[in-house]
Design a protein around this ligand. Structure first.
Ligand SMILES: Nc1nc2c(ncn2[C@@H]2O[C@H](COP(=O)(O)OP(=O)(O)OP(=O)(O)O)[C@@H](O)[C@H]2O)c(=O)[nH]1
Length: 610
């Protein structure tokens, strides 16, 4: 099976990156769904809060007319104000509406048909007017100054019947409670007004009706000033479906042939109002549902607003879902960007971590490969990671240990090699030495003879060879025993060894009781003299030999000499001549020296020089 290898960097980087991606993706999904839930909650809460704010504002604005009516009623009842004193009444009305900027009209109508009022137009609220009508229907209007005194006549009209006015009729049909009458538009066409009227008792029990009107344009301004996001609408209508105020910033009035009138919400040019109002009216002003228009889903919330005196209004908010989603999308994009940055940073950190782990590991691999290659002296690289550092120190120690082992091994091998070499020298020596006598043996003799023969050839001097053989040695052994024979051999060997003193001379044992002397630089005569000397020395030692006619141990010696020319047959000739000399010595009675000339002959077996 083939093992697939993965790098440490990949092993750390890929799973960590996948993990980070998975966490970010789960977070994104979770956030998305939690955003949607939050969106729905926010949607609802926002429309509730908007409705509440509008209701509060409306309540405050609409609380003024009834208060003014109550104040006027009390003053009339107490006789402080006298309807007969028109000038005082006018001034009181003019000064009162000047104090309340949203109040557009304060009026009194009496049962006997007289009428007194103060009013203002919406486009020039600073300018106050008064008007008054006689029981005969002559109506006169005047502008007034800051103190409420008539400044100039404004306009006049005949045939004014106060009892026909809607506000008068509304109150006179009711009890003494304040009654809200139908909303109306200013004949100037720039405001929608809402008013309240009530019956009052005047001096001498004469009954009359007082009324206070206020413009809803202030509410319109308040609605348009609310910070609604794009596509959101808020409007107020009455239960008959007439639009009183909305957040568009335009007063909801329709103009037909120079006359202004109230606009039905279902006729509004604003799609949000037109579409939602129908459903709101069907639901009688209580609604909280999602509706679809303009390609977006809207949350439509309607609440009723009621005040004593029969005022029933509906406050409607429509909030598009898309706008909120867009807000969330902006948030989402920011979150996405932040996530991308976090992801990039996380990947960078992963890569740094992976590299900080893999790099020292790779360096460690390098160090162990160096160890493998035999480079044991190097320290493994250090790392800041504790575990890798421990591993690195361990590899270093292993290297040092290996180094020590190697050094001691080398020392031991050197020592062993030295010992072996010495043993070899010794062994070599032993293989060239005769064990019994300690003299060089046959092998050493052969080497030495060749060596001296080559040198004598080179340097052109004579080379002599002497074969020595103990006489009647078999009988010696037979007479004295083999160990005694050995001792005799050793004594003869000692004598021979002692006889040679010059470099190049050699005394060797080449057979049982056979010895040889190699004598370079001696010619035949000198060699014969040397051999004679040796024979005499052995003889002189007087080693007893009862089986010998000389009654002592004696030597027979065969001498030969040559001036070598380099002919390989010369070595054989030397050997065979020395042997021949020895044969002569034996055959002529033993205990003597005989010489034989060394003659190289092709019949002789050739001893190779090496
Ligand atoms: N003790 C002892 N005897 C040895 C050794 N090597 C050879 N010999 C004996 O030497 C004797 C040699 O005998 P031969 O070759 O017959 O010669 P020889 O008796 O000396 O007679 P000639 O040489 O003719 O005088 C043999 O009996 C061998 O056993 C040795 O290392 N120790």
């Amino acid at each position: 099976m083939v093992t697939r290898h993965v790098s440490l960097l990949t092993l750390i980087l890929v799973p960590t990156a996948c993990l980070v991606l998975a966490v970010l993706a789960s977070l994104a999904i979770w956030t998305h769904y939690s955003d949607l839930r939050l969106l729905d909650r926010t949607h609802l809460r926002l429309s509730e809060q908007l409705g509440l704010r509008v209701a509060t504002e409306l309540d405050e604005a609409l609380s003024t007319p009834p208060i003014l009516l109550e104040q006027t009623r009390q003053l009339l009842a107490a006789g402080v104000l006298d309807p007969a004193d028109e000038t005082a009444m006018e001034r009181f009305f003019a000064q009162t509406i000047r104090t309340y900027p949203w109040i557009t009209n304060l009026a009194l109508g009496t049962e006997d048909g007289r009428y007194i009022n103060a009013y203002r137009y919406w486009e020039s609220p600073e300018q106050i007017y008064v008007s008054n009508a006689t029981a005969e229907g002559q109506l006169r209007a005047y502008s007034v100054d800051d103190r409420g005194a008539r400044k100039a006549a404004d306009w006049a009209r005949e045939g004014f019947t106060v009892h026909q006015r809607p506000w008068y009729r509304a109150a006179s049909n009711a009890s003494e409670e304040a009654v809200w009458f139908e909303p109306y538009t200013f004949f100037s066409g720039d405001a929608v007004a809402l008013g309240v009227s009530r019956q009052v008792s005047l001096a001498n029990d004469l009954r009359g009706v007082i009324a206070a009107d206020l413009s809803l344009n202030g509410i319109c301004r308040f609605l348009s000033a609310l910070e609604l996001f794009e596509g959101a609408t808020i409007y107020i209508m009455n239960t008959d479906g007439f639009l009183l105020a909305d957040s568009s910033g335009v007063v909801p009035i329709k103009q037909i042939e120079g006359f202004s009138s109230l606009l039905r919400a279902t006729d509004s040019p604003a799609e949000a109002i037109q579409t939602s109002s129908r459903r709101v009216l069907e639901a009688q002003g209580r609604l909280n549902e999602r509706m679809q228009w303009g390609g977006d889903e809207h949350l439509v919330r309607a609440q009723r607003f009621e005040k004593p005196g029969g005022l029933e209004l509906i406050i409607v908010t429509t909030l598009p879902r898309e706008a909120l989603v867009k807000l969330l999308d902006t948030e989402g994009r920011q979150r996405l960007a932040a996530s991308a940055i976090i992801l990039a940073l996380a990947l960078l950190v992963c890569w740094l971590i992976a590299r900080s782990i893999s790099r020292p590991v790779l360096q460690l691999i390098g160090a162990t490969r160096a160890l493998e290659a035999g480079d044991v002296g190097k320290a493994a690289p250090e790392s800041r990671i504790r575990e890798i550092s421990a591993l690195s120190r361990s590899v270093t120690r292993m290297g040092e240990h290996l180094h020590q082992i190697l050094v001691s091994l080398e020392a031991r091998v050197r020592a062993r090699t030295d010992e072996l070499e010495q043993a070899n020298v010794k062994l070599n020596e032993l293989t060239r030495t005769d064990q019994l006598t300690g003299l060089p043996n046959r092998r050493r003799f052969d080497e030495h003879l060749r060596q001296e023969w080559r040198r004598a050839t080179r340097e052109r001097y004579p080379l002599s060879l002497v074969f020595c053989d103990i006489d009647w040695f078999k009988d010696y052994n037979d007479s004295y025993g083999h160990p005694a024979g050995d001792r005799a051999l050793v004594q003869v060997a000692d004598t021979l060894a002692a006889s040679i003193r010059r470099p190049g001379d050699l005394a060797a044992r080449i057979g049982g009781e056979e010895f040889v002397l190699v004598l370079p630089r001696l010619d035949e005569d000198a060699a014969v003299a040397f051999a004679e000397q040796v024979r005499l020395e052995i003889f002189a030692r007087g080693l007893p030999h009862r089986a010998s006619p000389f009654e002592r141990v004696t030597l027979s010696l065969g001498v030969t000499s040559i001036e070598p020319t380099g002919d390989p047959q010369e070595l054989n000739a030397l050997m065979s001549a020395a042997d021949q000399g020895l044969y002569l010595a034996k055959s002529e009675g033993r205990n003597r020296v005989c010489a034989a000339p060394a003659v190289p002959s092709p019949e002789l077996e050739t001893i190779p020089p090496e």
